[in-house]
Design a protein around this ligand. Structure first.
Ligand SMILES: Nc1ncnc2c1ncn2[C@@H]1O[C@H](COP(=O)(O)OP(=O)(O)OP(=O)(O)O)[C@@H](O)[C@H]1O
Ligand SMILES: [Mg+2]
Length: 339
């Protein structure tokens, strides 16, 4: 019987899975809903995501991942088990799994990830550093003595890394990414218009109206929420400039994070990066005008990865072809090394 190989990108906002040669087969929010009195799992993924903010007291909807790491072991395990079942069906043979981990996490946190996938039901677990997976996913040859830079802007963290000769040369992570931008939008709407808007509304505004390069005041959208003054539903029109103001601090922090890594990188490699450009991955890399803004601010070209949200997961799946270079997640824990 053929044994399924599964690649997983377990993110703060989304979980993406690949299955054998099929590529990406699952991409859902990393959310789980359960009954607080019976502890029964009610829904995971998209179904659970739609329950956010709409449940009675006995149902809790949780993001079991925070800032790129597991914040609730048991719920992450339950969520993974549900998703694995969805992907594998009722297969008797447990899959081999490669799961990517952020470059910055501790050995202990890596072990927690490996333990979690093992407990969720797999035959063998391997870990791979996320920046390496991103590069593999984008089809970049990282085996040469050439510097490549990746900026992965997710929901919880922005991870910046320089990779050369299959290894990470410099990396930096900041806990400012999509979620913090959503919160900043909510805060702006509250301060400026006394309008209480939900998480999902703020995210929608961000995806639709963001223009970080040349925001205009005549491009607008209607934002719905609840007026704090009157306690009733209300709607206001905001424009690109206002939205830019709302998220400026967060975007500036991301820029600083990228700059910091460039400053710490050996000059030879910086030369390569000016030549190759920066690879942008993760959902946050789709922010309108981000590429142009990076180019204007840091004077480096950017390449948006094809299928940016799934790029890391794709690379994780492709890593099976290099399995002999991966160390066992349970033993040494660290990760894809060139032999
Ligand atoms: N078109 C878009 N424009 C702006 N932001 C977007 C867009 N599409 C998705 N996002 C944002 O991308 C984020 C999710 O990205 P992604 O799935 O890469 O995160 P993740 O891998 O789960 O998180 P992390 O890597 O931090 O653990 C969310 O904050 C979402 O709002
Ligand atoms: Mg991610």
């Amino acid at each position: 019987m053929s044994t399924p190989d599964i690649g997983i990108d377990l993110g703060t906002a989304n979980i993406v899975m690949t299955y054998g040669k099929k590529g990406v087969v699952l991409s859902e929010p990393s959310v789980i809903a359960y009954n607080t009195s019976t502890q029964r799992i009610l829904a995971v993924g998209q179904e659970a995501y739609q329950m956010i903010g709409k449940t009675p007291a006995y149902i809790e909807v949780v993001h079991p991942m925070a800032d790129g790491v597991i914040s609730d072991d048991l719920l992450t395990q339950c969520m993974l088990r549900e998703f694995l079942q969805k992907v594998c069906g009722s297969q008797l043979v447990k899959p081999r799994i490669i799961i990517c981990v952020p470059a910055f996490i501790t050995e202990l946190e890596k072990r927690a990830v490996a333990d979690c996938v093992m407990a969720a039901g797999c035959r063998k677990a391997y870990l791979i550093d996320e920046p390496i997976a991103a590069m593999l996913g984008a089809g970049i040859n990282i085996g040469r003595a050439k510097g490549h830079m990746v900026v992965d802007i997710g929901g919880g963290t922005t991870d910046v890394a320089i990779v050369s000769m299959n290894g990470i040369v410099t990396s930096h992570s900041i806990k400012i990414a999509g979620n913090r931008i959503d919160k900043a939008i909510q805060k702006y709407m509250m301060n400026r218009y006394k309008l209480l808007v939900g998480e999902q509304t703020a995210e929608q505004v961000k995806k639709t109206l963001t223009n970080l390069y040349d925001p205009r005041d005549d491009v607008t959208m209607i934002v719905k929420g609840r007026s704090v003054m009157r306690g009733l539903p209300d709607a206001v029109e905001i424009n690109e400039m206002e939205l830019f103001d709302a998220m400026e601090d967060e975007v500036f922090a991301i820029m600083e994070g990228i700059k910091k890594v460039l400053e710490e990188t050996p000059p030879e490699l910086v030369g390569d990066i000016y030549e190759n450009g920066i690879l942008l991955t993760g959902g946050g890399s789709l922010l309108g005008g981000l590429r142009e803004l990076i180019h204007r601010t840091l004077n480096v070209n950017c390449v948006l990865a094809k299928d940016a949200v799934h790029c890391v997961a794709k690379g994780t799946g492709l890593a099976f072809q290099k399995i002999n270079n991966l160390l066992d997640g349970f033993e040494g824990v660290t990760v894809y090394k060139y032999q």
